[in-house]
Design a protein around this ligand. Structure first.
Ligand SMILES: NC(=O)C1=CN([C@@H]2O[C@H](COP(=O)(O)OP(=O)(O)OC[C@H]3O[C@@H](n4cnc5c(N)ncnc54)[C@H](O)[C@@H]3O)[C@@H](O)[C@H]2O)[C@@H](O)CC1
Ligand SMILES: [K+]
Length: 501
């Protein structure tokens, strides 16, 4: 189910597979896979296609040279910008070079004006793969910027050059990466293609396993999110049921002047199926939510926290009262999700963190990178430079199922299992979408979902709703969090119709 492998894991698989195969076979297969992916992007009359192949000094460059030879044999007009190795080349790369030299591909000089001024059909990026050791600098950096200024398709071999395969961060400081429209990645899928800058720079990702025996692949601890991970909890509703069958959610937040956040979370909880939903306010409760009168608005202090699944944090503020409410929520036996200001209170109060970590039932935390950084005593840059690592660290530290939001949201469990989400788009980078996510996950918890699966499904549905709205033209620019609520309801019902039992 969509496993993701670290650089070290891919190297180990590659080494074991290569030992059982004749020399150079894997690079030949990678070159063939690269050429197949390239041909898919070329017009039917291949002879009209002008392809620029960037071949770096290592084995990624070897893949590119193999690809170039195949494309030339297929009739395309291929120009190769070749960066020879500084020291000794691998044997398979030397063979690939020979193959390219004996093909009709043209070896060109690096001329940035020609790169920028030619009407290329496709650029194939084989500058660097797993062996990138430092930022792209000098002429390579200029080349990457020139390629990024082109409007044609760009196919990255293995990964976009300049990107870290494990983290999805552009290798810096002051780094650049090739902005690919497509990536043909080899042996196994890689986390860096799906989170941080990876989603923007890798484009559409296709995995070429290179026919490596399945026995060489160890079980992965990191996956792409998949409906199969949570579909068994999608239940059709039975006729003989009532609102008490679908759980209570209490959203605790709403300090003075911040009543919108808990209302958004509470409305989402209601519209995603919770039986009863309370919006609880630290002070000055609204008499009702006129836009969603089904919600019950109350003062938080008077509320019996044992009666409901608790979503604490939206608009909670940082008062002593807020902190006391969080302490009560942590001490309760109810299913718990903490978000927003609750996470900031936790970061400021080690005693609350200790209480949370000892909670027998665990919890779900939904930090954005700044909140995660505060909880880890790190900087945002540190969190973003290794999102999977940061989410895992936080999950272990607080015994929590952590949802680290952002492009390629990471969900990590205390045992180290982690998942990168694949749905969602920049429409979600707007105020209130986090409140909607916390309400949705809380609603699933109230309906009996386990913490891990509620987090996986919540993140998936939230992103899917945004994707549908963008497809319909309602975003990404200007989509509001409130618009997600009915779209989530549709997405959830469709999923239950499709997968529910
Ligand atoms: N070895 C094998 O059996 C296979 C390797 N494969 C390919 O090989 C790649 C890994 O090959 P390598 O380990 O040779 O690594 P790369 O080809 O990614 O790059 C390593 C080379 O780049 C240089 N380098 C690194 N960073 C640089 C920078 N910023 N500026 C200038 N030079 C820099 C290094 O000194 C080294 O010469 C994979 O990503 C994949 O594309 C595939 O062909 C599959 C099989
Ligand atoms: K590459």
């Amino acid at each position: 189910m969509n496993p993701l492998y670290s650089c070290a894991e891919i190297r180990a698989i590659e080494e074991a597979a290569a030992a059982a195969l004749p020399d150079g076979v894997l690079m030949q297969r990678a070159g063939q896979a690269g050429a197949n992916a390239a041909l898919d992007l070329l017009p039917f009359s291949t002879a009209k296609a002008r392809v620029l192949v960037l071949a770096g000094p290592g084995n990624n460059g070897g893949d590119a040279l193999e690809t170039a030879a195949h494309l030339a044999y297929a009739g395309a007009q291929v120009s190769i910008l070749h960066f020879p190795p500084q020291s000794i080349s691998s044997t398979e790369r030397a063979v690939a070079l020979q193959r390219a030299q004996t093909s009709d591909a043209r070896f060109a000089e690096l001329d940035l004006a020609e790169v920028a001024g030619t009407d290329w059909t496709l650029v194939v990026d084989g500058l660097f793969g797993l062996g990138l050791q430092r930022p792209l600098a000098g002429a390579l950096r200029e080349l990457a910027l020139a390629v990024n200024g082109l409007t044609c398709s760009v196919l990255a071999l293995d990964l976009p050059s300049g990107l870290d395969a494990d983290t999805g961060a552009i290798v810096g400081p002051d780094g650049v990466a090739i902005h690919a429209t497509h990536t043909a990645t080899f042996i196994g899928n890689k986390p860096g293609l799906h989170t941080c800058d990876g989603r923007d720079y890798a484009g559409l990702v296709d995995v070429a396993r290179l026919d490596i025996d399945i026995g060489h692949f160890a079980p992965a601890r990191l996956h792409l999110n998949d409906v199969k991970f949570f579909s068994r909890h999608l239940r059709s509703r039975v006729h003989n049921s009532h609102k008490g069958s679908y759980g209570n959610v209490a959203v605790i937040g709403g300090a003075r002047g911040m009543s919108g956040a808990p209302l958004l979370a509470a409305r989402t909880a209601l519209n995603s199926g919770a039986g009863r939903v309370y919006a609880l306010f630290v002070e000055d409760p609204l008499p009702c939510d006129s836009g969603q009168p089904e919600l019950m608005c109350r003062l938080a202090d008077d509320f019996d926290m044992r009666s409901s699944t608790l979503v604490i944090g939206p608009g909670l503020g940082a008062s002593r009262l807020a902190s006391a409410l969080l302490a009560r929520a942590i001490a309760s036996d109810s299913a718990l999700l903490a978000d927003a200001d609750a996470l900031n209170l936790l970061a400021a109060e080690p005693a609350l963190q200790a209480a949370l970590a000892q909670r027998p039932g665990g919890c779900v935390l939904t930090p954005h990178p700044l909140e995660a950084a505060r909880l880890l005593g790190a900087t945002i840059a540190e969190v973003q430079s290794d999102r999977v690592g940061a989410a895992r660290k936080l999950a272990a530290k607080l015994n929590a199922n952590v949802v680290l939001k952002g492009s390629g949201t990471v969900i990590a469990a205390p045992n180290g299992d982690a998942v990168i989400n694949t749905t969602g788009n920049p429409a979600l980078a707007s105020a209130g979408t986090g409140d909607v996510l916390s309400g949705l996950c809380g609603s699933l918890l109230a309906q009996g979902w386990p913490l891990w699966e509620a987090a996986l499904a919540g993140v998936w549905l939230h992103g899917m709703a945004a994707d549908v709205l963008v497809t319909e033209g309602s975003g990404p620019i200007g989509l509001t969090a409130s618009e997600l609520v009915p779209a989530i309801r549709v997405a959830l019902n469709r999923m239950v119709q499709h997968h529910g039992r």
